[in-house]
Design a protein around this ligand. Structure first.
Ligand SMILES: NC(=O)c1ccc[n+]([C@@H]2O[C@H](COP(=O)([O-])OP(=O)(O)OC[C@H]3O[C@@H](n4cnc5c(N)ncnc54)[C@H](OP(=O)(O)O)[C@@H]3O)[C@@H](O)[C@H]2O)c1
Length: 317
């Protein structure tokens, strides 16, 4: 079986390469990135996939800089929508399966509440925290309504893949961290030079270790259970909770202040509540994701080489 990874040097691409190495012989993995295969170039995509007789394409390539997408809209759509479209058309022509990785930011994140109206707290932050506790994580069939260019371009990518290639797996993930720039590494770096940090406490989601997502994807491609999936580590938290857990696990003494989204303005609008339910994986007995805290602890252990190199030996607080 020949598997083609696009965006193979990104966080998920690297995690998949590691996962396929663990599995061994069954798969021949071809890893490409922008330099070797630009997914926005249809002719190049067609030539490459046909020449390499690819059986499965896992598209890890994306424009993932959420704020930059707001000002580079055309580029965002080229990479997040046109790219997956190109791959899907050729996969359909050659009978290959395609995995398109998507995002929790396809949801509007207005609270998906069960009983939120019962909460009448004055304080905005506290009120949002209470609402999050009463919310139901989004299922695959819930109505999408992205709020940012990143979200809309990724949604278009999903729709094009769904329409153009029958053998598709669309897997939405969230708050990904692995080998690359991510929230965990940013927090560890910031803690070196700051005694106090302000972290958003009113956006809720699922921190997800790229390794856990790679395991789920490798399981899925062995099936013919095509469709849309949510794939995130188990449990919901805010960025504040996430940061606090990172410092707790590393034994780092830093004061973390919980702030609202309004106090931490960014170019792209983020959903308040984009927690995902791995419903379709669960009902088919395929949900292999761990609680996010457990996966995070594993990552912090596995990432010590980066920490030693980049945190000047201050990795234990
Ligand atoms: N990161 C998150 O928090 C997050 C959350 C939800 C969903 N996701 C989704 O998960 C998937 C994997 O994310 P990730 O964090 O692994 O992304 P990543 O680390 O940013 O990697 C993306 C890779 O795509 C490459 N790329 C960009 N344009 C390309 C093009 N035209 N042709 C080929 N390759 C191109 C990038 O290369 P350059 O570096 O050279 O540009 C990079 O190596 C994406 O679909 C993303 O939307 C991510």
């Amino acid at each position: 079986m020949k598997v083609l990874l696009t965006g193979g040097n990104g966080q998920l691409g690297i995690a998949l390469k590691n996962e396929f190495t663990q599995i061994g012989q069954i798969y021949e993995v071809i890893s490409t990135d922008y330099d070797t295969l630009d997914i926005t170039n249809f002719e190049q995509v067609k030539e490459y996939l046909i020449a390499n007789k690819v059986d499965i394409v896992i598209n890890c390539a994306a424009h993932t800089a959420v704020d930059k997408c707001e000002e580079a809209m055309e580029r965002a759509y080229q990479i997040n929508a046109v790219g997956p479209r190109n791959l899907a058309i050729v996969c359909e022509q050659i009978g290959a399966k395609i995995v398109q990785v998507s995002t929790d930011y396809v949801f509007d994140g207005a609270f998906n509440t069960l009983e939120a109206k019962q909460v009448g707290l004055e304080d905005v932050l506290q009120s949002r925290i209470e609402k999050a506790k009463l919310s139901r994580p989004w299922r695959e069939d819930d109505k999408v309504a992205p709020q940012s260019i990143y979200g809309t371009s990724k949604l278009m990518g999903e729709e094009l893949v769904r329409t153009l290639c029958k053998k598709h797996f669309i897997i939405r993930t969230a708050w990904l961290y692995g080998e690359g720039n991510n929230f965990v590494r940013t927090m560890l770096k910031l803690a070196q030079t700051n005694k106090e940090l302000n972290v958003v406490g009113d956006q809720f989601g699922n921190p997800t270790y790229a390794k856990d997502l790679a395991v789920a994807i490798v399981n899925l491609i062995q099936t013919e259970y095509y469709g849309v999936y949510h794939g995130t580590c188990e449990g919901t938290c805010s960025w504040y909770d996430f940061a606090t857990k990172i410092f707790e696990l590393k034994g780092i003494d830093v004061k973390v202040n919980k702030v609202t989204s309004e106090q931490f303005v960014r170019p792209a609008k983020r959903p308040f509540y984009s927690s995902l339910d791995n419903f379709m994986l669960k009902i088919q007995g395929l949900n292999t994701f761990r609680p996010w805290q457990e996966a995070l602890a594993d990552y912090l252990e596995a990432d010590t080489a980066w920490q030693e190199e980049n945190l000047g030996g201050k990795v234990n607080g």
